[in-house]
Write a protein that binds this ligand. Structure first.
Ligand SMILES: Nc1ncnc2c1ncn2[C@@H]1O[C@H](COP(=O)(O)OP(=O)(O)OP(=O)(O)O)[C@@H](O)[C@H]1O
Length: 859
């Protein structure tokens, strides 16, 4: 057995091996140690290997899913080795001592799950393959629980933002991939061959050319190949459900990198969970598929005005029709998750319950279609969706006849094919029922015959049917010629068989065995039926999800008094009465009111410098505007009274600093890395919010960096930007930067206490209120008093010397300084370009080096 085990373990590689033995999956050696620690189950040992006891632990097969879930959550992958023949088959093959053959039938990994119990119903579960060829990176992503499959080609600089959008559960890369994302699994390069990838795609979708998908790059083909090869490996040959891949362009959607998603708390709040996130705040969807669609929409807001408006028109339609909206949402509540059920069926793990869910879901879709089809003034998007909800009538009818109302997950006991569907099956069941009836009669007869009223005919899994009498009556039946044969003596009872009982039992077992087999054959037919129609079923599921999302966004908009955003061609951002949805609802829970604020960025006033006291609401203001952009482009109403914007191509947010210890970076380092990314990537169509850049280091360094960053954004990136700062000195930038304007959050002192108004006003803040806020926070009076003394000394010094920025009067502007430096570099570059290195003697080369060095020094 160990030889067999070790062979399978070698095949399982770095996955834990679940080795099937009877009713248990056993784990051995290190796997057992890891699993017992993660699952908190007993570690025992069994037999010896190389003279040492073999560590072992096991989980019962019927409860394996729960244990698998915990192992996967803890970051493990598991290979499942099943018995591939029955003990009888093994004996027939090679005699009584022959080991049952086993093989790995499947790998369970975070990105390739389909089981309901292992998945969150509201989140997609993405497996992502990444492959870099030359300048481009190909990304193939699939959610096999629903069949979603997409390909995208991105420049290296956009990889991170794309991975952030996809929020993969599992990432695979080529062996030796440089800069692989954290936790990525390396797979052999051969699996990422682009030609093989092209072949696999053609084969899987039975296409002679891939043009139907789009013009795919080699990197995309390579990533697709890697993904398909991995799925083949994981499923050990059974391919899961994949729809024809969606070919995305990286400019299809608003790019948002991970740092920005984190700081805006788009999908998860500060504590990591969904609570406190934008998604949780907005999500009013009813179905799991709707929740997943909404998360996908918010992760990838659109860049196409027509598509955004199509979504918004559907939201508005539901918004303006409360009764219809309620009715539709009520109907959606009844619908099972068709997409996930279909995913399981295609992956070969479909149960009667899944088929039943598909039936009920499609039936509901048909009713919805009728209802929506009768409504007036339908928006275009709805008319495009409606046909997909229909067309399954024959299948629904068939499944309704074939399956019971609530079919079970387990097929072992049968009972899921409906009465009246198959006459032969009905008569087998009847035979079983007759048999059980006959046994009941037999019991009554035996009682009369023996005079033992406590006599029972019972059934268990080991003995089958038997006659049981209390121990004190045992002797009567043990007597020769009683017609009963002894089977078992228990503490309080004795068990017997009789020829008549035996005969009847065989009849029942055979009939029910045949019935279960007949049901299984019918299930198989129904599954084939589903498989043949998988694309249409999946289109219905998608349409339902889209309708759910639109109705849910309408619901949220009504709840919050949100408005429909409009889009213009100019790179502007015009928001009246903007609010932060998460902060607003947190405040309303404690009975407080959120103060709405306006924001108007236009090409000639595109950079707002926002100052004001701590706790004044600067960060909130910055973020609310970024969130409004994100929501608008995702096709949602927004928390404002008016919102008009030119489409944003990239959204950047650097708000607050946090250590990224996992990557070995300090707070300041993280801040600088993120700021660098913004300066390198923001375009005139981007929207950037920057909060207190430079605060993580010494005052002079920080101010200098903040100063240069504002100049850089204004002169080079030329994007829309909100910049919050406590550096009072920065207001002097307004003199030199003509598209920069000054704003502050208002505060006033009332009877010696600070009152924060959370209201935005034009102009710079009159002073900072740091110490007043510290007092609010409860710093001891002695410390506050001391701080006041230190502050007045410092302020006196500042007044005398002209302050921190005193020496900056004659500082040339960022762009001018940049041109100057470039011009200087050009002198050296010209000299270098003019060189004929081959004709230089070593001596002349050395002289030249000195000369260049001197020239650089002079510059
Ligand atoms: N517009 C608003 N209306 C009502 N309350 C607000 C508003 N904006 C912010 N607040 C409240 O003020 C708190 C502090 O806001 P925020 O963090 O935005 O301040 P800040 O100016 O960025 O502070 P710091 O400079 O210390 O980072 C919020 O948690 C919220 O409770």
């Amino acid at each position: 057995m160990m030889v067999q085990y070790l062979g399978l373990k070698a095949k399982a590689g770095d996955c834990l091996l679940f080795y099937r033995m009877g009713d248990f999956f056993e784990l051995f050696f290190d796997d057992a140690r890891v699993a017992s620690a993660t699952l908190d189950i007993a570690l025992t040992s069994r037999g010896e290997h190389d003279g040492n006891p073999i560590p072992m632990c096991g989980v019962p097969v019927h409860a394996a899913e729960g244990y698998l879930a915990r192992l996967i959550k803890a970051g493990h992958r598991v290979a499942i080795a099943e018995q591939t023949e029955s003990p009888e088959e093994a004996r027939a093959r090679g005699g009584s001592k022959t080991l049952v053959a086993r093989d790995i039938i499947r790998f369970v990994t975070a990105g390739t799950l389909t089981e309901d119990s292992l998945l969150d119903s509201w989140a997609s579960n993405m497996l992502v393959a990444v492959s870099a060829i030359g300048d481009s990176v190909g990304i193939a992503a699939a959610d096999i629980s629903t069949g979603h499959f997409e390909l995208v080609n991105v420049p290296h600089g956009a990889l991170e933002a794309e991975l952030a959008r996809l929020a993969a559960s599992e990432i695979i890369v080529t062996d030796g991939f440089i800069g692989a994302p954290l936790g990525a699994i390396q797979r052999p390069n051969a699996e990422f061959d682009s030609l093989a990838g092209e072949q696999s795609l053609k084969q899987l979708f039975m296409l002679s050319t891939l043009e139907t998908i789009g013009a795919l790059t080699r990197a995309e083909l390579s990533a697709a190949g890697g993904l398909l090869a991995y799925l083949g490996h994981v499923g050990q040959g059974t391919m899961p459900f994949l729809k024809l891949p969606l070919h995305r362009e990286v400019h299809d959607h608003l790019l948002i990198d991970q740092a920005t998603r984190d700081s805006l708390e788009v999908n998860s709040g500060t504590k990591g969970g969904r609570a406190g996130s934008l998604l949780a705040e907005v999500d009013r969807t009813i179905t799991g598929a709707g929740a997943r669609q909404l998360a996908t929409d918010l992760a990838a807001p659109l860049m196409d005005k027509a598509r955004i408006d199509a979504r918004l028109s559907l939201v508005q339609w539901f918004h303006d029709a409360p009764l219809l909206r309620d009715a539709i949402r009520m109907a959606l509540r009844q619908l099972p998750d068709i997409a996930r059920a279909l995913g399981r069926v295609v992956a070969g793990r479909g149960s009667p319950r899944d088929v039943g869910q598909i039936r009920d879901g499609l039936n509901g879709a048909r009713t919805l279609r009728e209802r929506l089809g009768n409504a007036d003034d339908r928006p275009l998007l709805l008319d495009q969706l409606l046909p997909s909800l229909d067309g399954h009538g024959a299948m629904v009818d068939l499944f309704t006849r074939a399956l019971v109302a609530a079919p079970p997950t387990d097929t072992g006991q049968g009972g899921y094919i409906a009465e009246g569907y198959d006459a032969a099956l009905d008569s087998l069941r009847l035979a079983g029922r007759d048999g059980r009836h006959a046994i009941a009669q037999m019991e009554a007869r035996y009682r009369a015959l023996t005079g033992i009223s406590a006599l029972k005919i019972r059934h268990n899994a080991v003995l089958g049917y038997f006659v049981e009498v209390p121990a004190k009556y045992g002797d009567a039946l043990l007597a020769p010629g009683s017609g009963f044969t002894h089977r078992q003596t228990m503490a309080g009872a004795v068990r017997f068989n009789s020829p008549e009982l035996h005969e009847e039992a065989v009849r029942i077992t055979q009939a029910s065995g045949h019935a279960v087999a007949a049901e299984a054959a019918h299930l198989e037919e129904l599954i084939v039926y589903v498989l043949d129609r998988r694309d249409a079923i999946s289109a219905s599921a998608e349409a339902l999800a889209r309708i759910d999302v639109a109705a849910a966004l309408a619901e949220r908009a009504v709840e919050g008094g949100w408005c429909r955003p409009t889009f213009s061609d100019s790179p502007e951002l015009h928001i009246d009465g903007g609010r932060h949805p998460v902060v607003e609802s947190a405040l309303s829970k404690s009975g407080d009111r959120f103060i709405a604020n306006d924001c108007t960025l236009t090409p000639d006033r595109r950079l707002w410098l926002v100052s004001g006291p701590n706790m004044g609401g600067k960060s909130t203001f910055l973020r609310q505007n970024a969130l409004i952009v994100l929501l608008a482009q995702a096709g949602s109403y927004v928390p404002a009274s008016v919102a008009r914007l030119g489409l944003v191509d990239r959204l950047f947010s650097r708000v607050g600093a946090s250590d990224n210890l996992a990557r070995g970076r300090s707070t300041f380092m993280v801040e600088m890395v993120e700021t660098a990314a913004i300066l390198a990537q923001a375009t005139p169509r981007s929207f950037v919010i920057l909060d207190e850049v430079g605060r993580g280091t010494s005052t002079y360094d920080g101010l200098a960096i903040a100063w240069a960053v504002v100049e850089g954004i204004h002169e080079k990136n030329r994007c829309r930007c909100l910049f919050a700062t406590h550096y009072h000195e920065l207001i002097r930038l307004a003199e030199s930067l003509d598209a920069l304007s000054l704003h502050h959050v208002r505060a006033k002192e009332y009877k010696g206490d600070l009152v924060l108004l959370h209201e935005l006003a034009e102009g710079p803040a009159d002073r900072s209120y740091g110490i007043a806020v510290a007092k609010l926070a409860g710093l001891p009076p002695s410390v506050i008093a001391r701080a006041q003394t230190v502050l007045s000394k410092l302020e006196k010094g500042r007044a005398e010397t002209g302050g921190l920025a005193a020496g900056l009067d004659d500082l040339p502007l960022f762009s001018a300084a940049l041109n100057l430096a470039e011009a200087r570099v050009d002198v050296l570059r010209d000299k270098l370009n003019g060189l004929d290195i081959d004709s230089l003697s070593p001596r002349a080369a050395l002289d030249l080096l000195y000369e260049l060095k001197r020239a650089a020094g002079e510059e």
